[in-house]
Write a protein of this length. Structure first.
Length: 498
């Protein structure tokens, strides 16, 4: 018969490096955020300054070019005057000279209807200046107030960004009336400088992040390493190892924590030693009188041979003495459990050996034993593992007495662990009691020390395993002990039953 039992596997995880991650986030993210804000601010400020500078330059160029022109003559130009009009030729010559001297891309003169009078870009007289028409707001102030103006950035036909500066062209030097407007276009070459600035900011930003991350890692390691060591020490204390002193390596808060944990470890070790001495002392003091009582009980049994009524009293005395001997042995084993003697243990063979030892107890309880054992080897102390399985089997027999269903022992492989499950179909264990089953001195029996399952729990833990109990009225009660499988141990499908 094979019994399915829930897995008691508890995954052991190494301490997560969340503290180091938090330090990295706490240092790197604010640094990146502040630098990003600074970079955006610096980039926008530089862009605005360069754009304003370009606009002022174009306004100056347009104003300077306007002083070379007489609007009253240019107003009269009409389509076809490009070939033989002296005012047109003179105006174009001056604009070309100004364009070459200032480096702007184009100079052009237009009227209030945005129709061209002069254009170094090749537009004929009368052609519409569409960009000037788009900038009608800025151009209107030129004609109305005789002020220079600047357009917004716009995209030229070649896909480059441009900016235009506008200035009024007066009738003549003696007549301040605004006749025409002149525009000066130039590409926004500062975008190339801004591109270089962007690359520089990105480079310095990446360098800053790298430096801050390195500093955060160094600082984080200096903080998290002692914390991880203290976590390992705490885990060691939790597993019952109280022999190793906790080193205090600093005088800061972590050093204070280490000193506090060392004090706790020392106090726990002292208390544990005192408890072991007390248990051993009690067991020793009780053992001698028990031996005497057992001796005199045997003598008295011989003297009363044939007197069944009095012999029944002697049997009750013998039974109580046997119980006290078990209690004393439990105390001694719990107080003086030896160091583990690790070796390769064939768990199936060990279970069969325990089953043979308890064959008499099974028979007296009227129970059968069913085994379903996969061949698996574990690394452990065979005598202590035998004691743990023996304890679990005895409990299962006592709890299952009177049941028609057998006691079952199974060994299965679960990943890298071997699961040894011992089940019975006696009365279920209440849930509130299951929470305390593995605590020392807790018992659900009328007579019991409460050390047996605590002893089993410590054995499982010392072997790097776990112990778990499930219990209900239908499936019965099952104790499952998991143990790591020995390295390079092979599992064979062979099973046996009895």
């Amino acid at each position: 018969m094979s019994v399915d039992v829930p897995s008691a596997k508890t995954t052991q995880r190494s301490p997560r490096k969340t503290l180091l991650l938090k330090l990295l986030v706490a240092l790197v993210l604010p640094t990146v955020g502040v630098f990003s804000l600074f970079a955006v601010f610096a980039y926008e400020l530089q862009r605005q300054d360069l754009e304003a500078e370009l606009g002022r330059r174009l306004e100056s160029v347009a104003s300077a070019a306007a002083t070379q022109l007489r609007g009253k003559y240019l107003e009269e130009l009409t389509a076809g005057d490009e070939a033989d009009n002296l005012y047109y030729e003179g105006g174009m010559r001056r604009l070309e000279q100004m364009r070459s001297a200032t480096g702007v891309e184009r100079l052009y003169v237009f009227d209030r209807k945005f129709q061209t009078r002069l254009d170094t870009g090749g537009a004929p007289i009368g052609a519409t200046q569409f960009q000037a028409e788009i900038d009608r707001g800025e151009v209107a102030s030129v004609f109305k107030d005789a002020n220079s103006a600047t357009s917004l950035l716009f995209e030229g036909a070649n896909g480059r960004a441009y900016k235009a500066g506008y200035a009024p062209v007066f009738m003549s030097a003696d007549d301040p009336r605004v006749a025409l407007a002149i525009g000066a276009d130039a590409p926004a070459e500062f975008f190339e400088r801004l591109g270089e600035l962007r690359k520089t900011l990105i480079l310095y930003g990446a360098l800053l992040v790298f430096v801050v991350a390195c500093v955060a890692i160094v600082v984080g390691v200096r903080i998290t390493r002692p914390v991880r060591l203290l976590a390992e020490e705490a885990e060691r204390i939790g597993s019952g190892d109280l022999e190793h002193r906790i080193p205090v390596t600093s005088r800061d808060e972590i050093g204070f924590l280490a000193a506090t944990m060392e004090t706790m470890r020392s106090d726990l070790q002292t208390r544990d030693e005192r408890m072991q001495l007390m248990l051993a002392g009690i067991a020793h003091e009780v053992r001698n009188p028990l031996a005497g009582m057992e001796l005199f009980s045997g003598i008295l049994r011989e003297d009363l041979e044939g007197d069944d009524e009095k012999l029944s009293h002697i049997k009750r005395i013998d039974k109580e003495i046997s119980y006290l001997k078990v209690v004393v042995e439990d105390f001694l084993e719990y107080a003086r459990r030896p160091e583990l003697q690790m070796q390769d243990v064939d768990m199936a063979a060990l279970v069969r050996e325990v089953a043979e030892l308890e064959a008499g107890l099974l028979s007296s309880a009227g129970l059968e034993l069913e085994l379903s054992l996969e061949s698996v080897h574990c690394r452990g102390d065979s005598s202590q593992l035998r004691r743990a399985i023996l304890n679990l089997l005895q409990n299962a027999i006592q709890a299952g007495e009177g049941s028609e269903k057998p006691v079952c022992i199974t060994i299965t492989r679960r990943g890298e662990d071997a699961a040894i499950a011992i089940s019975n179909h006696g009365a279920p264990i209440p849930e509130d009691a299951r929470e305390h089953l593995f605590e020392p001195f807790f018992t659900t029996k009328q007579k019991g020390t409460g050390l047996g399952l605590a002893f089993v729990s410590e054995i499982a833990r010392d072997h790097g395993g776990t112990i778990e109990c499930t219990s209900d009225s239908e499936a019965g009660t099952c104790f499952t002990m998991t143990l790591p499988i020995a390295p390079k141990a092979n599992l064979h499908p062979a099973k046996s039953s009895s």
